[in-house]
Write a protein that binds this ligand. Structure first.
Ligand code: APR
Length: 243
């Protein structure tokens, strides 16, 4: 699968992964735009915007709490585990659009959550923010200050966390190889990251079960699922230690 790029993979010192919902699909977490995608069943404008939240916080919270429980019961798959293992051999950074925390649970240390985390909860008013892995008895949950809590995720129309986005741009612009896994590249600004990598001379590779709007720009497009395509990387990269 990786033959066309294995030399560059062996020589690469800095490998950046850009991941989306597709890498968690084999962990039982639905994607957004695939055939069983969430946005086929739900209207994102009614569930994933700040206006929707303030219009009906209970409805939005019921949807996020259902997703939280599914995610908390999910496990990383061989795709996540491979990316974590590659940190033994190369400088690996993970720029993920996913909010499920599965990269970190697989052992990845350098994870940049571009769209926040469904595990972290924050207050809509005060500066309370904490990881919460238990369920809430009442929805919407209230902060000690009396105001409503919300998931620490980036909703449509909201800005990405500035520090995370700036780090992601630096990583994308200074890597030797970027591997884009399981994302439709439909949402900006995350879909600019492969452009930055290519502009700075990196090889860009796509692993996806379907073509995307950027497949034709890739140096290599692997039409395979993440958990089947990624494990081969360990054998290729570990064949030569660098640094
Ligand atoms: N292996 C690899 N790719 C897969 C797999 C798999 N097992 N299953 C699905 N895919 C691919 C699909 O072909 C699709 O291209 O993963 C991609 C998932 O695309 P989306 O559902 O659009 O998810 P994503 O790209 O992460 O969405 C970006 O949109 O709604 C917002 O905030 C949300 O972070 C999300 C952002």
């Amino acid at each position: 699968m990786w033959d066309g790029i294995s030399d560059r993979l062996v020589q690469a010192e800095k490998i950046v992964f850009v991941t989306g919902a597709g890498i968690s699909q084999e962990s039982g977490i639905p994607t957004f735009r695939g055939k069983d995608g969430l946005w086929r069943r739900y209207d994102p404008m009614k569930l994933a915007t700040i206006d929707a939240f303030y219009e009906d916080p209970k409805l939005v919270w019921e949807w996020y709490e259902e997703r939280r429980q599914n995610i908390l019961n999910a496990s990383p798959n061989p795709g996540h585990v491979t990316i974590a293992e590659l940190e033994k051999y190369r400088q690996v950074s993970v720029l993920t659009q996913n909010i499920d925390g599965l990269h970190q649970r697989a052992g990845s240390k350098n994870v940049y959550e571009l769209h926040g985390s469904i595990i972290t909860i924050k207050c809509t008013v005060c500066d309370f923010k904490d990881k919460v892995t238990t369920g809430f008895s009442t929805l919407p949950p209230l902060c000690k200050c009396g105001n409503i809590l919300r998931p620490d995720v980036v909703w449509f129309g909201e800005a990405l966390p500035q520090d995370v986005w700036e780090s992601a741009m630096v990583k994308a612009s200074s890597c030797d190889i970027m591997i884009v896994v399981g994302t439709s590249l439909a949402v900006s600004p995350a879909n600019l990251l492969p452009v930055y990598a290519k502009q700075n001379g990196a090889a860009i590779i796509e692993v996806n079960i379907e073509k995307t709007q950027m497949s034709s720009e890739m140096d290599l497009y692997i039409r395979e699922s993440a958990s089947k395509a990624l494990p081969e990387l360990v054998e290729i990269v570990s064949s030569k230690k660098i640094g």
